[in-house]
Design a protein around this ligand. Structure first.
Ligand code: ZN
Length: 156
């Protein structure tokens, strides 16, 4: 699946068949969606999506029908580079049940400050707009999945 992009109302993905850009609306994430042009099944978001602004971050976490796992990282951070492929694996294995987003803490310093992110990598789970759990330090995909399961169970 090609890369995903955030917009104020959803995730933009390219149709695997015709290449048309399609929006997966936040409120319908996790539900089957077909291409508006050729009606091919688009499949759920299966890759991490980069968060380009605090406003789009807020739109995503407040409106997403699925829990959102956020990876707070920075270019210069060695452990972040180790955790990135694990986070990507989690996105792929949990497609349709979880949205995975990445926040560059250097680019979005105001957002990271507001959320009190003090060390990176930090992984945080948002469910219906609330930050339900966070953890710092590099982890394997299996450890991340266990962390997400615990976070979402506690939130219910
Ligand atoms: Zn299409």
């Amino acid at each position: 699946m090609p890369g995903l992009k955030l917009d104020p109302r959803g995730l933009i993905t390219s149709c695997p068949s015709c290449g048309a850009a399609n929006r997966l609306p936040f409120a319908h994430l996790g539900q089957p969606t077909r291409c508006g042009k050729c009606h091919t099944d688009l499949g759920p978001p299966a890759k991490p999506v980069d968060v380009p602004s605090a406003a789009l971050f807020d739109a995503l976490v407040s409106s997403s029908a699925l829990p959102v796992l956020v990876d707070f990282w920075a270019e210069w951070c060695g452990p972040c580079r180790m955790v990135a492929p694990q986070v990507a694996m989690v996105a792929q294995r949990n497609a349709g049940r979880l949205v995975v987003a990445k926040v560059d803490t250097d680019a979005l310093q105001d957002l990271s400050g507001r959320l009190g992110i003090r060390s990176i990598p930090t992984l945080a789970v948002f469910d219906r707009g609330d930050l339900v759990s966070r953890t710092a330090g590099a982890m394997s995909a299996e450890q991340i999945e266990a962390f997400v399961r615990g976070a979402v169970a506690d939130g219910d």
